[in-house]
Design a protein around this ligand. Structure first.
Ligand code: DX5
Ligand code: ZN
Length: 252
């Protein structure tokens, strides 16, 4: 059965002077989760929003699911404020948390869904000991801090690793991907196994927001239902490509 694919519009590329209206347009276009990027200028080289903006959006969109992606140092100090502001899901970076298990349980204690994020250079196995209780894992497919960057293709392999780990251990976490999700990358992304697709630039930076969301989600769902494996980059020294049956086996 094809996985349930969800679109999570990232407001990072929205016009902040019209944030409520633009967020609503993205949800009207089929987004089911609103992705809110929180940056502190320390963990990442950029500064964005804090709890007051989340609280204002919550008033404007009382029923939306808010996915707060904390790209901040010392996240424990702010979890309560984001929960009070209206977060539903809170994700923290493995690289920012000395006591990751404690931080994730703190999120849970605030009645939010706990999730963990890894940067492009962080291996999936660093999450082995939290996978049994997180709501989702977020794979960064760009280095965090900015919208509209190029998709890092190695993240497809990391998504595949997570799919296999989840199956081998009989776990339930969902797999989210963030960075460079667009019409030219989305098919490979969903075929690799990502289920929650964060997209900022592809939705908010040109044309009609509602239509952009519809088209991107349509392309993702079409790719999920056809389900052929992601294109692998050809490298002269690489081992021969797997046969079709081997590649298909790896996807399951
Ligand atoms: C980057 C953010 C992303 C960003 C993705 O650090 O976490 O959520 O908005 O942007 P696009 O979709 O433009 O690559
Ligand atoms: Zn994000």
């Amino acid at each position: 059965m094809a996985p349930v694919i969800e679109l999570a519009p990232s407001i990072l590329s929205a016009n902040f002077a019209q944030l409520g209206a633009e967020a609503k347009a993205a949800l009207d276009g089929g987004g089911t989760v609103l992705h809110l990027d929180v940056m502190d200028g320390h963990f990442v080289p950029n500064i964005t929003i804090g709890p007051p903006v989340v609280a204002s959006l919550r008033k404007a969109l009382p029923d939306a699911t808010f996915d707060c992606h904390l790209m901040i140092e010392n996240p424990d100090e702010y979890i309560s404020a984001f929960a009070k502001a209206g977060a539903n899901w809170i994700s923290v970076h493995q690289e920012a948390c000395v006591h990751l298990d404690r931080t994730l349980h703190l999120i849970e204690a605030h009645n939010c869904r706990p999730a963990v994020v890894i940067n492009p250079a962080t291996p999936v196995h660093t999450l082995d000991n939290v996978l049994d209780f997180v709501h989702h894992v977020l794979i960064m497919s760009v280095n965090p801090g900015f919208g509209a960057q190029h998709f890092i293709r190695n993240s497809l392999k990391k998504v595949g690793d997570l799919v296999r780990l989840r199956e081998a251990r009989g776990l339930n976490f969902r797999i989210e991907i963030d960075g460079g999700v667009a019409l030219d990358t989305v098919a490979d992304i969903v075929r690799a196994g990502a289920e929650i697709l964060v997209a900022g630039n592809a939705i908010f930076s040109h044309g009609e927001i509602r239509e952009n969301a519809q088209v991107l989600l349509g392309a993702a769902r079409a790719a999920a239902s056809t389900g052929s494996p992601p294109r692998l980059r050809r490298v002269a020294t690489a081992a021969p490509r797997a046969s079709k049956s081997e590649a298909q086996r790896r996807r399951t």
